[in-house]
Design a binder for this molecule. Structure first.
Ligand code: F0G
Length: 456
């Protein structure tokens, strides 16, 4: 069997609606061809994101009932704190309602004009929080990550030679080095333990704090378990503990690998820094024992953190994503290789090779995929990252034009994945009928969320 059957059975179901093609054409017109603006109720398989879209287990739902909603000193907080400490080893644990608040607390405290935060690759909200605080967000991914066709391992890694050169030259202006595991922006690609150890060693040598953006740490640890010599006999929690032991702290959007719909945290060794962040937390999120979450949410994270590390679950999870990717590859569709942990990234430049970057091939593909099959993916290309050069008016786009199909955790079955793959293969046959697009409305920042377009 190419794919291990789901290691769970279904206790509660949620109906999803199959719309007609005519209905979808109409909805797309109303949404300015932007799938962000389509009501979720009219989507059959929603692969917009794997964040907060997972299904909780019966244990997590039971946990909601025993959530302690005390304003201060909630029992659920101590359970949450103890789970985070157990996995990460960091003594100071600060709950936040999602990942970007942890980023806001951290970067508003350590960033200022002239400083540089270095990462393997900053996720967009991470970059935005660094830049909002007048610092530079410098990405130092390995060069292999730039080639989507290269099926080599560990394409999430950081370029350690470049890291060392930067630290040597400018150590005083680098308040932090960040490793994002898995590396979402390069295709959900894993980072090897060797690379984490190497980055940690350099940071120690130059006296720079090293943090992990650990939204998908369990998926990353699964890849280490499977692919890195010496880890096959270790459990995922042992691998995770080793990974965190190289760092000074971490933050997590628990909406991914902790299998909850909302939640996050920041944890670290530095008690002084933690105190500063807690003061800010009280201002923007709430008291340090709930940080913008209900007691029941804390309970769900405490349980989900462990469920997310179960080997049977991770084996199925990564195999499901790979199954979708391999069905596309078998049909000759170009995707980012190897398949990452949480999503399949279609190479929209190759799929729509008749559409130039300034006509948004990724958006054209996303829109066609919804129109033909009711599936929602997300463009990661010229609409999200491109702009017009103010001097020449020329389009400046990113290196890759991608469409991400992010798979929610424990939500869709293999049959759904087959449906998605077959729909894309069908669309591929008539791909030259997909038309390029032009913008009719764009907001000054983060334009992809609200942009409106029309066919050229
Ligand atoms: N870090 C990484 C690596 C992420 O992927 C995300 C969110 C965040 C931080 C921010 O966390 O959403 O809880 O505030 N990624 C989602 C995605 C939105 O679709 O990839 P958040």
């Amino acid at each position: 069997m190419r794919f291990p059957a789901e290691p769970f059975r279904i206790k509660v179901v949620e109906k999803i609606r199959r719309t007609t093609r005519d209905e979808r054409v109409e909805l797309l017109q109303r949404a300015g061809l932007n799938v962000f603006l389509i009501p979720a109720d009219a989507i059959y398989v929603d692969l917009l994101t794997d964040s907060g879209t997972g299904a909780m287990s019966d244990h997590q739902w039971a946990g909601l009932m025993i959530g302690d909603e005390s304003y201060a000193g909630s029992k659920s907080f101590f359970k949450f704190e103890s789970a985070v400490r157990d996995v990460t080893g960091f003594p100071s644990v600060i709950p936040t309602h999602q990942g970007r608040v942890a980023e806001n607390l951290l970067f508003s405290t350590i960033c200022s004009e002239g400083k540089t935060i270095i990462a393997n690759t900053h996720f967009d909200t991470t970059r935005a929080n660094v830049e909002m605080n007048h610092a530079e967000a410098l990405d130092l991914p390995v060069k292999e990550s730039m080639d989507p066709q290269l099926g080599s391992l560990w394409k999430g890694n950081m370029d350690l030679a470049k890291l060392e050169a930067k630290l040597k030259a400018d150590r005083d202006n680098v308040p932090m080095v960040v490793m994002t595991v898995t590396n979402n922006s390069t295709g959900g690609q894993p980072v090897s333990m060797e690379n984490i150890r190497g980055a940690s060693k350099l940071c120690k040598q130059y006296g720079v704090p090293f943090f992990i953006d650990c939204a998908r740490f369990a998926e990353n640890c699964w890849f280490i378990h499977e692919l890195e010599p010496g880890y096959k006999g270790k459990s995922i929690i042992e691998i995770a503990r080793e990974l965190f032991s190289y760092a000074d702290g971490c933050w997590m959007s628990a909406k991914k690998d902790a299998l909850v719909n909302i939640g996050g945290f920041i944890a670290m060794n530095d008690v002084e820094l933690a105190r500063k962040l807690q003061q800010k937390l009280i201002l923007i999120e709430g008291f340090p024992t709930y940080g913008g979450l209900a007691g029941r949410d804390l309970e769900a994270v405490a349980i989900g953190l462990y469920e997310g590390m179960e080997q049977e679950y991770l084996q199925y999870r990564t195999a499901q994503v790979r199954y979708l990717g391999e069905m596309l590859l078998d049909a000759g569709i170009s995707i980012v290789r190897p398949v990452g942990g949480h999503a399949v990234f279609i190479d929209a430049k190759a799929f729509c090779d008749h559409i130039p970057a300034e006509q948004f091939p990724g958006v054209a593909l996303t829109s066609a995929l919804y129109r033909e099959a009711g599936i929602r993916g997300v463009e990661i290309g010229s609409l999200m990252f491109g702009h017009k050069d103010p001097a020449t008016g020329e389009h400046v786009g990113p290196h890759l034009e991608l469409v991400r199909l992010a798979i929610p955790r424990r939500v869709y079955t293999t049959a759904h994945m087959t449906y998605v793959a077959e729909s894309i293969v069908e669309l591929h046959k008539s791909r030259h009928a997909i038309k390029g697009m032009r913008l009719t409305y764009e907001a000054p920042v983060l334009r992809h969320f609200t942009a409106r377009l029309e066919e050229v």
